[in-house]
Design a protein around this ligand. Sequence first.
Ligand code: SF4
Length: 171
Amino acid sequence: MSVSASSGLVVASRRPSARVGILALKNKSTGRCKFIQFTLDYDLAEEIVKKIERVNRHVRDDTLPDKINDDAICDLCSFNEVCLPDVYHDGEIIFDEELEADINQLMELRSSIKPLQDEYDELNEKLKKKLHGVQKAIVGDCVIMGKMVTKKPFTYNGGEYWDMRIKKIKK
Ligand code: SF4
């Protein structure tokens, strides 16, 4: 596979044994080149190509994909207020000062625990990778349980992921 771009060139072999590619970048002003080696992931590339094809089909046919309507995903989406106005705008307006103060405090608490949540997520991901494939194990005074879960077909195009839970053993 060889892709040329105005400022770079990706060179990669299609041989199954070749898992490494080189990104060649040329500085147009100085003419100097920089080579960046990277590991190839054909499965990921295939997934991306399929996604691009889906997007192109929608652009060509002037259609929109089905709405996911999953809080876990839509809450993080930049288009949610446009895409789901009934969820993010419409509703009964309640005038209650105490309720409003409690909600504001909850929002403040949520934003103050965000860095901790990010740290938790990062460590959790690290452990998930380390314990991938482990169905049941005991580490220290915790029990680890893991299983493969099939994603809902409309979520990230289906697929599977490893679900891991850690529970403290009651003494
Ligand atoms: S565009 Fe965003 S808000 Fe709309 S369904 Fe997709 S993820 Fe949800």
